[in-house]
Design a binder for this molecule. Structure first.
Ligand code: SAM
Length: 269
């Protein structure tokens, strides 16, 4: 199975953050195009919170989630069982080699996945193969360059720069959102609708969660160990960045936003 180096890692601070996502926050651009009996593939489904939401939107259809990491798939299975999502199944598979016949799905969706791949166009070609004629490929990715906050700080700027350098060292594209249109065109799609939406951390709960999560991610995850292994940062510096995140998390005036780009492409040939 082809595997790229995943910049975030799958430690609890990462997976718990992803599990907060919902279909409403992360797939709003897709929802108007769903009908209740569609077959949906959720590529790189992570801990399955969006997958379970998709299942609610297609009560007479089927959702399949695929992932490369067995422990994350287990978390997704547990989440869907607890949510009572009976029309969902999961499989261990890579987007580069999907174990499905051509035209098996009406919608193939990937949320925050292409940014982690060394060959996003190869992934999109495979996603296109398994969607039927007239079906949709739907992708959404953030653009790390746009991640910004108030109050600003040099350590925040250093964090953004460091994350982008580590991701690029892994052959990935941290600013993927702005590249989706070109990648979809290169894949061969001619009917593409682009949109963008903004993630905002403003209320106390989301600010504390985001800040604490990134503090932890600077200390205990693969991102931190890769930054040190690649000679991009020292542990001491990561400790300072983590402390800066924690200070921000506790600042009642703290505000954070970033852009996510969204592409909807119809398979016409
Ligand atoms: C940022 S997470 C997004 C998870 C989920 N889609 C969400 O938005 O909450 C990216 C996921 O893609 C998975 N992934 C990485 N490479 C993959 C590949 N080649 N095929 C399928 N999934 C992959 C990772 O294991 C990770 O769980």
């Amino acid at each position: 199975m082809q595997r790229d180096v995943y910049t975030h890692g799958h430690q609890p601070a990462v997976v718990e953050q992803h599990a907060r996502r919902t279909v409403e926050t992360s797939a709003a651009f897709l929802l108007p195009h769903l009908n209740g009996s569609m077959r949906i593939l959720d590529v790189g489904c992570g801990p399955g919170s969006i997958t379970a939401g998709l299942a609610r939107w297609v009560p007479d259809g089927q959702v399949v989630g695929i992932e490369v990491v067995p422990s994350v798939l287990e978390a997704a299975r547990r989440h869907c069982a607890e949510a009572g999502a009976a029309n969902v199944t999961f499989r261990e598979a890579s987007v580069y080699d999907l174990p499905f016949d051509g035209g098996s799905f009406d919608v193939v969706y990937a949320h925050q996945v292409l940014q982690h791949l060394t060959d996003p166009v190869a992934a999109l070609c495979e996603m296109r193969r398994v969607v039927g004629h007239g079906g949709l490929v739907a992708v959404r990715d953030s653009d790390y360059y746009t991640m910004s906050r108030t109050p600003e700080s040099p350590l925040m700027d250093r964090w953004r720069d460091l994350y982008r350098r580590v991701a690029r060292h892994n052959g990935a594209e941290p600013d993927a959102g702005r590249h989706l249109y070109r990648w979809l065109k290169t894949t061969g799609f001619t009917e593409i609708t682009m949109s963008a939406s903004c993630q905002v951390m403003a209320d106390e709960e989301s600010r504390r969660n985001w800040g604490e999560s990134w503090a932890e991610r600077c200390l205990t995850t693969d991102f931190a160990s890769q930054a040190v292994a690649y000679g991009r940062a020292t542990e001491a510096e990561l400790g300072e960045i983590a402390a800066d995140w924690r200070a921000w998390a506790n600042d009642p005036d703290g505000y954070f936003h970033y852009i996510c780009d969204e592409g909807l492409a119809v398979r016409t040939s």
